[in-house]
Design a protein around this ligand. Structure first.
Ligand code: 13P
Length: 254
């Protein structure tokens, strides 16, 4: 059965020393307080990533991820970071398709499909983010948007590769706004995503796919969200910068 995961996305926050401090607190709290089989993942800026992997050695419930990777294997792409480099330091995950990358860096489904392939070819697990804007929801287009993000971004994969993915539903209107999707709204979309995976692949693949919710998730609203049958954890922004809040969200699965 699918794994429960709570992943933190630090975005462009915390300098190097602050990041090491918060992460040290997280691994200590996870070690002492997390009793279930859930996995805690921190997706840090590249600057921190190697040091955090070293700190996490021996802590089986804590993994690390990057927040982006370039679609090419290597080459003259000044300022970019390759999936191979990320793999070589021992990170396990890469967030792809976050709405901030779609919005501010022009990342399209077509580009993301290439990034997905490169990340998978380097034996990393993509956390593939999808979600509609407020305007799209108000125009009742949210199901169509989610479907096209799946079809154009990841449904070119065969079942074996698709099975490495984590999907994250992040309604853009809920990110960093303090307005979370209701548990009914989130469950409705998660069930829709799982149904699309059944139609494209199989019931078995769908049952084994971890689907996270992201958008103003905090220790207060996480229990109700994570109690929904198709919500398998969270992708946490702001609350992952505070060790106590993040670990309290991880502990919802104790
Ligand atoms: P917030 O939890 O700050 O709303 O951010 C969610 C997010 O974008 C995680 O990727």
């Amino acid at each position: 059965m699918r794994k429960k995961i709570v992943a933190g996305n630090w975005k462009m926050n915390l300098d190097y020393n602050e990041g090491l401090g918060v992460f040290s607190e997280i691994i200590n709290m996870v070690k002492d307080e997390v009793t279930g089989t859930q996995e805690a993942v921190i997706c840090s800026p590249f600057i921190h990533l190697h040091s955090l992997v070293q700190l996490a050695k021996g802590y089986t419930k804590v993994s690390l991820g990057a927040q982006n990777a370039h679609q090419a294997e290597s080459g003259a792409y000044t300022g970019e970071t390759s999936a191979k480099m990320i793999k070589s330091i021992g990170a396990a995950y890469v967030i792809l398709g976050h709405s901030e990358r779609r919005q501010y860096f022009g990342e399209t489904n077509e580009l993301l499909a290439k990034k997905i392939d490169t990340v998978l070819a380097n034996d990393l697990r993509p956390i593939f983010c999808i979600g509609e804007t407020l305007q799209e929801r108000e125009a009742n287009q949210h199901f169509d948007i989610i479907k096209s993000q799946l079809v154009e971004g990841v449904f070119h994969l065969d079942a074996a590769h698709f099975s490495k993915l984590v999907i994250a539903y992040e309604p853009v209107w809920a990110i960093g706004t303090g307005v979370t999707a209701s548990s009914e709204q989130a469950q409705e979309i998660h069930a829709f995503i799982r149904k699309e995976i059944v139609a494209k692949y199989s019931q078995e693949v769908a049952d084994n796919t971890t689907i996270l919710y992201g958008g103003s998730c905090n220790p207060k609203n996480a229990p109700e969200l994570f109690a929904q049958p198709d919500i398998d954890g969270g992708l946490i922004g702001g609350a992952s910068l505070k060790s106590r809040d993040f670990v309290d969200i991880v502990k919802v699965f104790n």
